[in-house]
Design a protein around this ligand. Sequence first.
Ligand SMILES: NC(=O)c1ccc[n+]([C@@H]2O[C@H](COP(=O)([O-])OP(=O)(O)OC[C@H]3O[C@@H](n4cnc5c(N)ncnc54)[C@H](OP(=O)(O)O)[C@@H]3O)[C@@H](O)[C@H]2O)c1
Length: 335
Amino acid sequence: MTETNRVWRLRKRPVGIIGDDVLSFEHEAIPEPTDGQFSFRLNYLSLDPTNRIWMSDMDQYMPPVELGAAMRGIVCGTVVKSKNPNFAVGDVVSGLGTWADYQIAAPGMINKMGPPSGVSVGDAFGLFAVVGPTAYFGLLDLGDPKPGETVVVSAAAGAVGSIVGQIAKIKNCRAVGLAGSDAKCDWIVKELGFDAAINYKKDDVASALKRACPKGIDVYFDNVGGEILDACFKQMNLQGRIPTCGFISQYNATSEVPGPKNYPMILMQRLKVQGFIVLDYANRYPEAITALGGWLAQGKLKFKVDMQEGLETAVINLRKLYTGENQGKLMIHVA
Ligand SMILES: NC(=O)c1ccc[n+]([C@@H]2O[C@H](COP(=O)([O-])OP(=O)(O)OC[C@H]3O[C@@H](n4cnc5c(N)ncnc54)[C@H](OP(=O)(O)O)[C@@H]3O)[C@@H](O)[C@H]2O)c1
């Protein structure tokens, strides 16, 4: 049987949670590289909350995926054909690609990957492609945590959040995480070394924050926006910092989301609230990879991959990010 290329194509803009008819799973011809190009086979597909943003036509930081186009994704693969002198068959590559078994690398979007020794390709891709640098630069550059300060992070048992809390501990801060189940709360405290955890689905967040942060909050690393952001605003210390990393509580919203009612705290407490996209730090990636790889090797940092199987499961698994069914970095092993 001739091998075909399985490709997820965007068919509709999602409304609310991503429906079954938003993408279609096609069987197509395997693309052939022309001069200057190379093609690679997908080994791992990263599933990221931002996939939902890219599918939509909301205001965003890069153009949305066009209807009919292959779905954009953060990918890791192996070069299978090359007409580009800089890439050889067998090279392991990663970057911005598509949800397809075989693909031609878009110019400048796919680079060679050199995992530090002792780390598997899957772990290196999961930690270093997006998650680790996001946590590292967001917390250290924008959050600027000082020893003894209190760092609060939401989606704390997720990919970015779990790293943020551990870096806060490495920097001798008090780390407090919010997560959506008791099991996740136990994991971040008992396994990852957070000082306290709050189950935001069960606890009253405002009073739980007061108990967990007796000296107030110096840095709130915001992964979720919404009511948790509002509750944190109220307990920020003077000159506190809020690195704005994501708004996952709003990605599936079907009506207008009200702004935070405690927004005036930015003025009262002279807060620094700053959004960032990890791509802003592209030229400083080696710094993050060296630091994160070092902490990993020293046993100071733990990284959990939530590995799922099969390109055909991409949509079913992607939905887990918005219901909290993942724990750690959600990825798909393809081939
Ligand atoms: N700025 C950047 O460059 C950048 C880069 C990467 C990621 N991000 C952002 O960082 C955030 C985390 O991304 P990730 O890849 O690490 O995903 P993740 O945390 O591994 O997974 C998402 C988690 O969000 C939580 N969540 C879902 N809906 C929620 C809600 N309504 N309220 C509170 N928590 C909710 C769920 O955990 P619970 O069970 O705890 O609810 C879920 O496990 C996302 O907002 C993402 O867009 C930004």
